[in-house]
Structure formats: structure tokens, C-alpha cells
Ligand binder design. Structure first.
Ligand code: HEM
Length: 494
């Protein structure tokens, strides 16, 4: 056999051996977990639990709805890629997984998202282990830039502008409107008033190239990267999402390149005062952090509050505008000042409970360790993915929309929730996200108390970062009725 054949065969042989060893380890670890009482969801050779995940995604639900309805279970297992993925199903297990003695020591960050929006910001904090150089310093610098008062002023002003412009006799696509709102707010907050005027070259889903506002290109690329990485085979073997083997992968890589070129240019300039850009660049500069890493911290600040906040707003408006929750809409409209803010924030919190936007936190065991959940002992193995199942924790409080649980006068303790994570890895943008969402909901509901949802009969409405659910409303049903009588849009009359 000549060298032309033997080299490829040797490569195939080594790859097969590596693959076989990996599969064997997964099989043995699974047996070990099953012996310890961990129940696994249905899995298939090679593709793990992904067929069930596909069904969930089709119904606008995220992967972490993949749990067995067993309230007494500490951990539930599934297979993801070639790895075992364990979910902490109750408060006790979640508390252990996020505790400072475990996070960063026995478990640390390892997320498939590196292969999706990681192509945009590979050094982003969210992909780094706690032990990475400057992890704490970077998170602190970002935190300092996230000025709550400033974002409240920006988001109030922008929400008031948006909500003054709607036409009264046609349906509104709130998904698009809320997308525009969050991009404008986060653009101004991170980059300054000039953000809206910055233009980049962007390839859309059909491959058409055009010049569009920077924040639009960023948001669309970020969202498309996440959806693309959630296609079936990209979920089975994560790196496939980065291979330029489909048109969409190549278009997304074009967009990432253009965004990087644009930012390389922008970061040569002087930041507007008080922006996140100014704060992060100054703080990171003192730590001699390379400019590409500062770029990724600023990309994080720009994108982390887009899809998450959009979905928080859409979920809150959905619940508040549903006819069966009319009392909440009336309460918001009839109050003012701090009480109105309390009511809206309670509605936002309850919507985050029912529809957590980004509900999977991805960590891996970095060295074997023993976990004791109230006397029930588990040995967790290196390489296992493990995380609290936010959805399962939230679902324990039922499906009904009950914001009163979050009002200051509530007698029961608040539900145990973690839409923003908990512990050292928790979300530094929590208060900001709530403020941006609250301000839009406040302006919208008080300006249009008569608004009616027109797509209440849609199936499987859930708002999260992988959902296709829509929210369309008419803000003045009587105006629509007269317009329809005059010959337009009969659909809205039904
Ligand atoms: C309603 C809006 C938001 C939701 C629901 C949300 C949710 C989350 C969740 C679940 C995590 C993972 C936590 C963990 O791994 O334990 C996270 C992390 C993070 N979020 Fe948010 N987030 C929101 C808004 C924001 C905003 C506005 C920013 C900044 C402008 C932000 C910045 C970050 C960063 C930097 C991390 C990574 C933290 C780390 O890895 O240590 N988030 N967020």
C-alpha cells in the first residue's frame, strides 16, 4: 500500500479510536449515574436527546424543558453532543451547583455557545472559566459601566418616543418594534448617541448585501448565529456550526468579519463620556488587557441585553394584555409613581418566571467531586455537563400568571427563581434588563390601555431566545373596526 492510502487510513483509524474512547466514557459514566439513582431522558445512539429537543424547539420551548416530571428528583440526565448533561432539578441541588465552594473549583464554564455567538466575541466573559486571567477584573469593569440611572433615563426617553408614534388603525408587530427599541437603547448606552449613525455592510438571510446600522447588523448576526447553531447536526457536534459548509454559515462569517473590521476602526477613536465604552476601555486599559478582549467585553455589553430584554418585554406584554389578566393592566393604568413601577416589576418578574429568556447555564465538571444533597450522595465525573434547570425550578410554582407573589406586601416568600443565574457567574445586567423592560411596558400600557392582542389563538406561545412566537396588537380596536368597515383588513374584525 502506497503512502497516499496509508496516511488517510491512519487518520481515520486515530479518529475512530478517539471517538470510540469518548463514547465508551460516556456509556460508563451514564451507568455510574444510573446506579446512583439519576434518571435519564430518552436518548439514541450518536444523536443523544436531540430528536426530543427538536420537538421542543418546534413548540418554541428551550432544551431545558427536557426534564422528567419528577418533583422528588435531585438530578435528571440527558445526552448532549457526546457529553452527559445533568440538570439540577430542585432548589437544594441548584444551591450546591452555584455555591462559591463548587463554582470555579469543581465545575466551571464550558458552553456550546462558543460555537454560535462565540464567533462574534470569542473572548467574551460568558465563555471564560473563572480561573481565566483578569476574569474578576473584567467583570468588575463591565459592572462599573452598567450605570442604572443612565440606562433608566435613556430607556424612558426612547420608550416614550417609540410609544408616541404608533398608528391606531392597523395591527402592530411588537416583536419588530421592541427589537428596534432595545437596539436603540443599548446602542446609545454602550457606544453613545452616535451609535445610530454608524453603518456596516451586512449580508441578510438571502445573501443580499446592504449597508445597515451597526446595532441592527450586530443584533441580527447574534440572533442568526444562535438559531444556526441550534440546527440539528450543529447540536450533535457543536463545531459544525463554525464550518463554512452552508450558505448561512458563510454569510454569518461575512457579517462577523465586517463587524470586527468596523469595531477595530471605532476603537481607535475617543469614547463619548459616560458610555460603557469609556468605562470598560479605561478599566481594562489599566489592567493592560488587549484591545480584542475589550472589544469582546463591549460586544457583550451591546448584545447581552438585546434578545433577552426583547423577550422579557414581549412575555410581559403578552401576559398583561391577555384578557384574563385585565386586572393587572387596570392596576398599572390606575396607579402612578413608585407603586406603578412596583406593579410593573412584579409583572416582569412573573413573566421571567414563566418564560425565562436564556434558560440554560452551561458548565462542566472540571474534576471529580462528591455532592451531598441533604444526605443523598452523588459522585460527579470530570467532563459531565451540569447546571441548574431554571425552567424546572420556576415551573414548580405553576402555570398561572400571579405577579402578586413579587409585591412588597406579599405574605408568602418569593418563588425560588434564577432567570439571571446565581452566584459568581450570575448576570451583571440584571437590574438594567429589568429597568429597560419596565420602562417600555410602562409607556406602552399607559399610552394604550385599550390595546388588544390579535394572535391569541397562536399555538405554543413562549418567549425565549430560541422562540419564533409573535406578538401583534391593535392599540385602538374601535379605530380598527371603523377602518375595516371602510373596506380594509377584515381579518381584524373576526
Ligand atoms: C432580562 C434581561 C437578561 C436576562 C434574562 C439575562 C440572563 C442571564 C443569564 C441566565 C446568564 C447566565 C448566568 C450564569 O451562568 O449563571 C447571564 C449572564 C450574563 N449576562 Fe445577562 N441577562 C439579561 C440582561 C443582561 C444585560 C442587559 C447585560 C449587560 C449589558 C448582561 C450581561 C451578562 C453577562 C456579562 C453575563 C456573563 C456573566 C458570567 O459569565 O460570569 N445581561 N445573563
Amino acid at each position: 500500500m502506497g503512502p497516499f492510502l496509508s496516511v488517510p487510513m491512519a487518520v481515520v483509524g486515530v479518529a475512530s479510536a478517539v471517538y470510540a474512547a469518548r463514547v465508551m466514557r460516556t456509556v460508563l459514566d451514564r451507568r455510574s449515574y444510573e446506579k446512583q439513582g439519576v434518571v435519564f431522558s430518552k436518548t439514541y445512539p450518536f444523536i443523544g436527546s436531540e430528536t426530543d429537543v427538536s420537538e421542543l424547539l418546534e413548540r418554541n420551548k428551550t432544551r431545558d424543558y427536557l426534564y422528567l416530571d419528577q418533583p422528588a428528583t435531585d438530578l435528571v440526565g440527558s445526552i448532549r453532543g457526546f457529553d452527559i448533561q445533568l440538570y439540577g432539578m430542585n432548589r437544594q441541588t441548584a444551591e450546591i451547583l452555584v455555591s462559591p465552594t463548587i463554582t470555579g473549583k469543581h465545575i466551571d464554564r464550558d458552553t456550546p455557545a462558543l460555537y454560535s455567538f462565540g464567533q462574534l466575541s470569542p473572548s467574551a466573559i460568558t465563555f471564560q472559566k473563572i480561573t481565566t486571567d483578569h476574569f474578576g477584573g473584567r467583570k468588575r469593569n463591565l459592572g462599573k459601566g452598567l450605570d442604572l440611572e443612565r440606562i433608566s433615563v435613556i430607556s424612558n426617553r426612547r420608550a416614550a418616543d417609540f410609544c408616541s408614534e404608533f398608528i391606531r388603525d392597523a395591527p402592530l408587530d411588537l416583536k419588530r418594534i421592541v427589537g428596534d427599541y432595545t437596539r436603540e437603547v443599548m446602542g446609545e448606552f454602550v457606544w453613545g448617541k452616535d451609535a445610530g449613525r454608524r453603518i456596516v455592510s451586512y449580508k441578510d438571510r438571502d445573501g443580499e448585501v446592504s449597508d445597515v446600522p451597526f446595532m441592527f447588523a450586530l443584533n441580527e448576526t447574534f440572533t442568526r448565529l444562535r438559531f444556526y447553531s441550534n440546527r440539528f447536526w450543529n447540536r450533535v457536534h457543536f463545531p459544525i456550526a463554525t464550518w463554512p459548509i452552508t450558505r448561512e454559515a458563510r454569510r454569518l462569517q461575512y457579517n462577523c468579519k465586517k463587524l470586527h473590521e468596523h469595531l477595530a476602526d471605532v476603537l481607535q477613536g475617543t469614547p463619548e463620556p459616560e458610555t460603557v465604552w469609556e468605562q470598560v476601555a479605561a478599566g481594562n486599559g489599566k489592567l493592560a488587557i488587549p484591545i480584542e478582549i475589550t472589544r469582546d467585553d463591549l460586544l457583550t455589553a451591546s448584545i447581552a441585553g438585546l434578545d433577552t430584554v426583547q423577550n422579557t418585554i414581549l412575555a410581559t406584554l403578552w401576559y398583561v394584555l391577555l384578557p384574563r389578566n385585565a386586572e393587572w393592566r387596570e392596576a398599572i393604568v390606575s396607579r402612578s409613581g413608585q407603586r406603578r413601577d412596583q406593579l410593573i416589576e412584579a409583572c416582569v418578574s412573573e413573566s421571567l418566571r414563566l418564560s425565562p429568556p436564556g434558560s440554560v447555564i452551561n458548565n462542566k465538571v472540571v474534576e471529580d467531586f462528591d455532592m451531598d444533597v441533604e444526605g443523598r450522595k452523588y459522585r460527579l465525573k470530570k467532563g459531565t455537563r451540569v447546571m441548574p434547570n431554571i425552567h424546572a425550578l420556576h415551573a414548580k410554582y405553576g402555570d398561572a400568571f400571579k405577579p402578586e407573589r413579587f409585591l412588597p406586601e406579599a405574605e408568602e416568600p418569593e418563588p425560588y427563581m434564577m432567570p439571571f443565574g446565581k452566584g459568581r457567574r450570575s448576570c451583571p445586567g440584571r437590574n438594567l434588563g429589568i429597568a429597560v423592560a419596565r420602562n417600555f411596558v410602562k409607556q406602552f400600557i399607559t399610552a394604550y390601555p385599550e390595546a388588544q392582542i390579535t394572535n391569541t389563538t397562536d399555538k405554543d406561545v413562549h418567549f425565549n431566545n430560541l422562540s419564533h412566537s409573535q406578538l401583534t396588537v391593535v392599540i385602538d380596536p374601535s379605530a380598527v373596526r371603523s377602518a375595516a368597515t371602510a373596506g380594509s383588513c377584515p381579518v381584524l374584525l373576526s
